[in-house]
Design a protein around this ligand. Structure first.
Ligand code: PLP
Length: 458
């Protein structure tokens, strides 16, 4: 029998040192492997399967499209799925954001948004505007420009010579900020650091500022202060800098509103969408932009210089269209808000457990941060690989979560994310909490974290 591990199979796996369970089917929030073991998918794979697994509605829509045509080039033709999907999404987007350029992955969308910002300024007559400002911690993807914008040491080191310089300002991260997110005058939590950076670099050279409205894995579902993005908007307006909201992870309803930026009352200049917009039934991402930006290119060179074979893909758009209509028809964004309240309340009980320093989030997006010492918030030593061990223990316990590391200081920091499909039930939320505690117990019994002192404070 084939073992699903390197080098026994022909697959070049994403992890070369582990054996993979082979999933044969999904059922709502559950994945079932070939031995019949059931996994509660508490993170929709990677914040993607927002509608749950094996939706007959989406499968039918995709099959119907495949019978008509699977592919045509977006340079020569348009088609129903792309027209309808753009219209449906535009109706949900904030402010004047109403044109969509479809791609496949989130990294591509980030590359495209940054390139669009650059092309806009060149065609507007300000070619000196090319500098990018991003947050730290932050993650925007793994292709080279997106990786340059990501404060991820472990991904960047190997490719440093190929990356472009991106300016960084500290992200609003209340759990690790001296002010705990409580001081409206805090330079970081108020966004003042952005203005300082623009002034330092010179506004005439800055093209764009990119940020996630609610932190994804990088800050473990941290939510900046309510006025943060209005301040960002004012700063960007004052200095003619485009504000790009990366909603790839936190968008498409995940935080209980269609877009995570909504409660802040700020409208970005560009948005990147991905992951959940197709519910994971196809690789689909998009850049959203208003006419005021695209007009500059329409009246100039006439096209965005970002040709990709699979942009505006009929099958991907058919999946996206079915997913967006499904979200609307079944009021799943509203459900996400309601069940999000339940999730955050039930997860809060985990604070009592050893090494759980913080539990936070919005809607069905939650981060649980592990620390060595709850009193000092000292991170666990990276060598202990706590988040990774916990995630493996959780999978053993039939629970799928997403780990993140390095957020505390660039190297240390362990957290896991919980982001179940929007169809999750209260009983399943209780099961997530139960299995989480079981996995933590198993992790600690296995000798993790190896370097933890016994005198931990709570
Ligand atoms: C906020 C954010 N932006 C961009 C990306 C990149 O998306 P992808 O992995 O689809 O390339 C991710 C992926 O996790 C993300 O979380």
């Amino acid at each position: 029998m084939t073992a699903y591990r390197y080098p026994d199979s022909h697959v070049f796996y994403r992890k070369l040192g582990r054996t993979f369970p082979r999933i044969v089917r999904g059922e709502g929030c559950w994945l079932i492997d070939e031995d019949g073991k059931r996994y509660l998918d508490a993170v929709g794979g990677a914040y993607v399967a927002n509608l749950g697994h094996a939706s007959a509605e989406i499968a039918d829509a995709m099959a119907q499209q495949a019978r008509l045509f699977g592919y045509l080039s977006g340079t020569a033709f348009t088609h129903g799925p792309v027209e309808e999907l753009a219209r449906e999404l535009a109706a949900t987007l904030p402010g004047d954001m109403d044109k969509l350029y479809f791609l496949s992955s989130g990294s591509e969308a980030v590359e495209a948004a940054l390139k669009l910002a650059r092309q806009y300024w060149v065609e507007w007559g300000k070619p000196e505007k090319h500098e990018i400002i991003a947050l730290a911690p932050a993650y925007h993807g793994n292709t080279l420009l997106a990786l340059s914008a990501s404060a991820r040491e472990q991904y960047q080191t190997m490719f440093r010579d190929w990356l472009v310089d991106v300016h960084r300002v500290p992200a609003s991260y209340p759990y690790r900020c001296r002010c705990r997110g409580d001081d409206p005058a805090c330079r970081v939590c108020s966004g003042a650091v952005l203005e300082e950076a623009i002034t330092r670099i010179g506004a005439s050279r800055v093209a764009a500022f990119i940020a996630e409205p609610v932190g994804g894995s990088s800050t473990g579902a941290s939510t900046p202060r309510p006025e943060y993005f209005r301040r960002v908007r004012e700063i960007c307006d004052r200095h003619q800098v485009l504000f790009i909201a990366d909603e790839i992870l936190c968008g498409a309803g995940r935080t209980g509103t269609w877009w995570a930026i909504e409660p802040y009352g700020a409208v970005p200049d560009l948005m990147t969408l991905g992951k959940g917009i197709s519910g994971g039934y196809a690789a689909l991402s998009a850049v959203a932009a208003p006419e005021r930006i695209i007009d500059v290119i329409a009246n100039g060179s006439g096209s965005f210089l970002h040709a990709q074979t699979f942009s505006h893909h009929p099958m991907a758009c058919a999946a996206g269209l079915a997913a967006v209509r499904h979200l609307k028809r079944h009021k799943l964004v509203e459900r996400c808000a309601a069940l999000g309240g339940v999730l955050q309340e039930r997860l809060a009980a985990l604070r009592e457990l050893p090494h759980v320093g913080d539990v936070r989030g919005r809607g069905l997006l939650a981060g649980i941060e592990f620390v060595e010492d709850k009193g000092t918030r000292a991170a666990l030593p990276r060598a202990a690989r706590f988040a990774e061990s916990f995630t493996e223990a959780a999978q053993q316990a039939g629970l799928v979560v997403w780990p993140n590391v390095g957020h505390a200081d660039g190297t240390n920091g362990d957290l896991v994310m919980v982001a179940p499909p929007f169809i999750v039930t209260e009983q399943e939320i209780d099961e997530i909490v139960r299995r989480f505690a079981e996995a933590l117990d198993a992790t600690l019994k296995s000798g993790q974290p190896s370097a933890v002192s016994s005198g931990e404070r709570s």
